[in-house]
Write a protein that binds this ligand. Structure first.
Ligand SMILES: [Zn+2]
Length: 247
């Protein structure tokens, strides 16, 4: 059986059979990989820490041709996300990032930019970045990496540059428009602050995006993701709940 050594993030894990654990990884070189950790309950503690959600790890695993699950050989922690456990909103934002990675990075596709995005999000959360802004940034960038994020600065009909300020979005044709090409019905308006957040987040590193998206921009991002992936992100409910509690 060929073995592989990779850098990865633990996206999620679940128990199988009596003592095994399936761990879903986003690897730098091979995208999403599912590995089974046999007798996970008896793993050495360093290995167990490496199987914690959001952990950045180096892992060696065996792959058998045609098998759905690889088998864990060894794992070591590069950076644990354990400190986030003491900050529930940051932990929840990390869960949103993981869920998005699961949605956008199917097994068998190499997605190094997605790996770098998850890396940046988890690092920022560990460095104390505002949690909702991280989750919104991940929503925007997974759409961009998926190639389904519309151009913000040009009318999708005539190509004219759109000035700063509020934006009109055509949900039927999925592009922004100038006032002249505003769709006759169902136009979605994004306020000037919402549009400014989208422009900034699509151009700047996460470190410089310290505010969550305004509500209209966030709602628009969710609508776009639901359209393309047909899925809701359950962790958002938890994150929202925690953020409401803290205000
Ligand atoms: Zn136009």
């Amino acid at each position: 059986m060929p073995s592989r050594r990779e850098e990865a993030f633990v996206l999620t894990r679940y128990p199988v059979r009596e003592r095994d654990l399936v761990v879903v990884l986003l690897t730098r070189a091979s995208g999403q990989v599912r590995i089974v950790a046999r007798r996970a309950r008896t793993l050495r503690s360093s290995q167990a820490t490496a199987m914690e959600p959001l952990a950045h790890i180096r892992v060696t695993y065996f792959e058998r041709a045609g098998a759905e699950l690889a088998t864990l050989d060894e794992a070591e922690v590069v950076r644990s996300a354990f400190p986030l456990a003491g900050n529930p909103p940051a932990w929840a934002a990390g869960q949103v990032v993981c869920e998005l990675a699961l949605l956008y990075c199917p097994p068998g596709q190499r997605v190094e930019p997605a790996f770098r995005l998850v890396d940046r999000c988890v690092s920022c959360l560990l460095d104390g970045h505002e949690p909702a802004s991280v989750a919104h940034y991940a929503e925007l960038w997974f759409l961009k990496l998926g190639g389904v994020f519309p151009e913000l600065d040009r009318c999708g009909v005539c190509g004219v540059d759109l000035p700063e300020g509020a934006r009109i979005y055509d949900p039927a044709d999925r592009h922004f428009t100038c006032p002249e090409h505003r769709p006759a019905r169902s136009a979605v308006r994004i306020s000037a602050p919402g549009a400014r957040w989208l422009v900034r987040a699509s151009r700047l590193p996460l470190e410089e995006v310290t505010e969550p998206a305004p509500e209209d921009a966030a709602g628009w991002l969710f609508g776009l993701r639901e359209h393309f992936t047909d899925r809701q992100v359950q962790s958002w409910r938890y994150l929202r709940h925690l953020l409401e509690d803290s205000t």
